[in-house]
Design a protein around this ligand. Structure first.
Ligand code: SF4
Ligand code: SF4
Length: 159
């Protein structure tokens, strides 16, 4: 369930599974230990290669929203943009009115986290008043020169 929410509402965390390399950084940095990730390693023989190639395969990715602080650390630290805020607030798991079943049901598995990817809003537009990105304007300077013209003056003087 979605509705009109303020733009900075955090909602829930969506998992873009194809981006996840099972690096475990999010699980290690979560202050509340509410990310549950398990995986196994697969070995692949590569013809012509001296050694086989190994890669991680995700077996389980779940978030216990009964413990989650909504701090966003996992979203921030993921180096592969696999975690995103989605403006969803009506997920199941609050249990009955007397609270029965609430904790167990608030553990949401990868399939549920994956469905929220469709609700992740596009990134906000770039600030029209911002400087252009250096990589779009930089010119290759002479080796040992004063640096690219777009570099901030204080840095330019030191190179
Ligand atoms: S938002 Fe914070 S508490 Fe919740 S899963 Fe991410 S790191 Fe853990
Ligand atoms: S930090 Fe990102 S890539 Fe690494 S396990 Fe977590 S979600 Fe997957």
């Amino acid at each position: 369930m979605t509705t009109e929410l303020p733009p900075r509402t955090r909602g829930v965390i969506a998992l873009l599974e194809s981006n996840c390399t099972v690096c475990m950084i999010c699980a290690r940095e979560c202050p509340d230990w509410c990310l549950h990730i398990t995986s196994h390693t697969e070995v692949e023989e590569v013809p012509g290669s001296a050694r086989p190639r190994t890669h991680n395969v995700l077996d389980r990715f779940a978030i216990d929203y009964g413990q989650c602080l909504y701090c966003g650390i996992c979203v921030e630290v993921c180096p592969f943009d696999a975690l995103h805020w989605a403006p969803e607030f009506g997920y199941p798991g609050t249990g009955t009115l007397d609270g029965a079943g609430a904790v167990a049901e608030l553990v949401h598995e990868r399939d549920v986290l994956g469905t929220w990817v469709a609700e992740v809003p596009p990134p906000p537009p770039l600030d029209a008043a911002a400087e252009p990105a250096p990589e779009t304007t930089a010119t290759r300077g002479a080796r040992g020169g004063a640096g690219t013209p777009r570099r901030p003056g204080a840095l330019r003087e030191r190179t």
